[in-house]
Design a protein around this ligand. Structure first.
Ligand SMILES: C[S@@+](CC[C@H](N)C(=O)[O-])C[C@H]1O[C@@H](n2cnc3c(N)ncnc32)[C@H](O)[C@@H]1O
Length: 219
């Protein structure tokens, strides 16, 4: 905007903090298939921020649910461990974080980083800002368990509802545009629930002016 980046994300973070939210973490969604292009003073946008706010310092986080394969680096890195690698090496900047590299010997999975590598959604043309189902799926697995309730106040074409139903979580979606509510409802109805006890059953709840709901407890 006017030759420079907009600051609305930074302003949003500061405003949320003023309202009592804790800015807990920031994730980078690396869009693996961003459009080609050239601008005189900047490169292509290949990532987007995912901001994580919480009301409390302690919250549920199920990191085991999103572990990833160890990767090629492990064989070479873990082959010849130094003395430091074999004990807890505390952060030099007193952050309280430390690491013991030898803990990873013999494992085949590690906790992920806060960079998510996912292609954008190209097949759904019914909404201009659809994100890939894998994105809400990752966060839903990380922060909820089966039967928990997921709220998306900007439901769009219903991707969060699709992810929640597929992972057997209940959901509430809010969307201001009636045509997107219809699109979201159609996509969610066509999604099979992830838990066997709910296969073949329609999710209860339904279409409201701006709110889509579904609850396992209504079935
Ligand atoms: C970025 S899109 C979300 C797209 C969605 N993630 C998907 O995959 O389809 C944001 C949506 O929020 C809706 N929206 C904007 N302001 C809203 C409001 N005040 N209340 C409810 N929905 C709103 C827009 O109509 C739009 O569909």
């Amino acid at each position: 905007m006017n030759g420079e980046r907009h600051t609305y994300v930074i302003e949003l973070i500061l405003e949320m903090r003023k309202h009592g939210w804790l800015w807990t973490e920031e994730y980078c969604w690396h869009k693996k298939n961003c459009y080609p292009g050239k601008w005189p003073n900047r490169f292509r946008d290949a990532w987007e921020r995912c901001l994580h706010f919480t009301k409390r310092r302690r919250f549920n986080m199920y990191q085991e649910a999103v572990m990833v394969p160890m990767g090629d680096w492990a064989e070479a890195r873990l082959k010849n461990l130094s003395e430091t690698d074999r004990r807890r090496d505390e952060s030099r900047v007193n952050s309280g974080f430390g690491k013991n590299v030898s803990n990873w010997l013999g494992r085949d999975k590690v906790y992920p980083t806060n960079v998510l590598h996912m292609a954008t959604e190209c097949s759904n043309r019914a909404h201009s800002a659809v994100f890939p189902v894998g994105l809400p799926e990752w966060f839903i697995k990380l922060f909820t368990v089966e039967g928990d309730l997921v709220l998306d106040p900007f439901m769009g074409s219903g991707t969060t509802g699709v992810a929640a139903k597929g992972l057997c979580r209940d959901y509430v979606g809010i969307e201001v545009m009636p045509e997107y509510v219809v699109e979201a409802q159609e996509r969610i109805v066509a999604t099979e629930p992830g838990c066997p006890s709910r296969f073949g059953k329609e999710f209860a709840g339904g279409l409201y002016e701006t709110i889509l709901t579904s609850s396992a407890h209504d079935i």
